[in-house]
Design a protein around this ligand. Structure first.
Ligand code: ADP
Ligand code: MG
Length: 339
């Protein structure tokens, strides 16, 4: 793995078994993540977008081994510079890696014990992982609370006394307490009001600078992802269809699905007319994905080959740029400026 990479995901799959009947026999599988390859560079913010149910959460969790991957590799560079395969790490090593890799959810409320005060919530990971205790613990808790711009005076209160944005800050303080290097933010700001969203985003950006954090940022708001992320991954039905530099994805779109997804984003500039592409049909089921290109039943450019052959996921970037796409016709169709 190259020196500038923090993480490299190779042919990662996560299938959930479907069991039915009296004998609870396996009758099928949900192919939530169906063979994905990508890298995350040190210090970057990598966006992950795609319709609901396409496998974003499962992918984020499989990387951290919060769900056990079905197959594939997740190579991770540790703080000491060693490269380990997270999918094969043993208990002791995994425990160490888990401090390095953390997850922030959409709804911190469901993950914050309502019977614990802010002080105890922020202190818990420090105690459990034997990072601090006694006077040092108290000091560390106050530091963390100040880091996320909450007032230490409030630390004896319970989560219900706080707003959604403040609860997200408590969640961030908990995650920070372990000194992570990589954080998966799964729709972390999606449920918040726009103004609160901006504050949390600012906080995440400040913390990134200060601690040289790397983010995988899962979101469905494309304008937000465009603003925040260095590069963006587009997922469809458990597979990656396109990865590009943020700017490039919007101005040199290569995949018909990305084109449709971006065309649905409301325009800021009223002079630019929007030609919204309506996707035909429904998202197919990840239990029985279509043959050939998974997107072909809904694609406006569909040809016979698309129904038979799965497209190769390849780099079509110019002048050494990385721009990966999986469409048979990417070269012929050329780039499109959607936004
Ligand atoms: N624990 C689970 N058991 C069975 N199916 C699951 C489980 N978690 C997710 N899925 C299925 O996997 C697919 C991807 O889900 P998810 O990763 O949550 O997508 P997203 O985050 O993009 O909305 C969906 O079809 C979902 O129903
Ligand atoms: Mg999700």
């Amino acid at each position: 793995m190259e020196e500038n990479k923090l993480l490299e995901v190779r042919n990662l799959k996560k299938f959930f078994p479907i069991n039915r009947g009296f004998f609870n026999r396996k009758v099928g599988e949900v192919k939530a993540v169906n063979g994905v390859d990508f890298s995350i560079y040190q210090g970057e913010t990598l966006g992950l977008v795609g319709e609901s149910g396409c496998g974003k959460t499962t992918l984020g969790r499989a990387i951290l081994r919060a769900v056990e991957p079905t197959s594939g590799q997740v190579l991770f560079r540790t703080g000491e510079g060693k490269v380990v395969d997270v999918t094969k790490a043993e208990d002791r090593q995994l425990k160490k890696i888990r401090k390095d890799m953390q997850l922030i959810f959409q709804d911190p409320y469901s993950s914050l014990n309502p019977r614990m005060t802010v002080k105890d919530l922020v202190g818990e990971p420090l105690l459990v992982n034997k990072i601090a205790r006694g006077k040092g613990l108290q000091q560390k808790i106050i530091e963390l609370i100040e880091q996320v711009d909450l007032r230490p005076e409030y630390m004896d209160r319970y989560p219900h006394a706080f707003s959604g944005g403040q609860r997200q800050r408590i969640g961030i303080a908990r995650v920070l307490s372990l000194n992570p290097r990589f954080i998966v933010c799964d729709e972390a700001v999606s449920a918040l009001d726009v103004s609160i969203q901006a504050q949390i985003i600012n906080l995440l950006q400040e913390l990134q600078q200060k601690y040289k954090l790397t983010y995988l940022f899962i979101a469905h708001d494309l304008s937000l992802v465009k603003y925040l992320c260095d590069r963006i991954i587009v997922m469809y039905l458990g597979k990656i269809v396109e990865i590009a530099d943020s700017e490039q994805l919007f101005t040199q779109t290569r995949h018909p699905y990305t084109e449709a997804l971006l065309s649905a984003v409301p325009r800021v500039d009223p002079k630019r007319k929007s030609s919204k592409i309506i996707l035909k049909g429904e998202v197919p089921s990840p239990i029985n994905p279509p043959a050939g290109c998974y997107f072909h039943p809904r694609c406006n450019y569909v040809q016979e080959k698309c129904r038979r052959e799965e497209p190769l996921f390849r780099n079509v970037g110019q002048e050494g740029e990385e721009h990966y796409v999986s469409c048979h016709w990417a070269e012929q169709l050329g780039p499109k400026e959607v936004m």
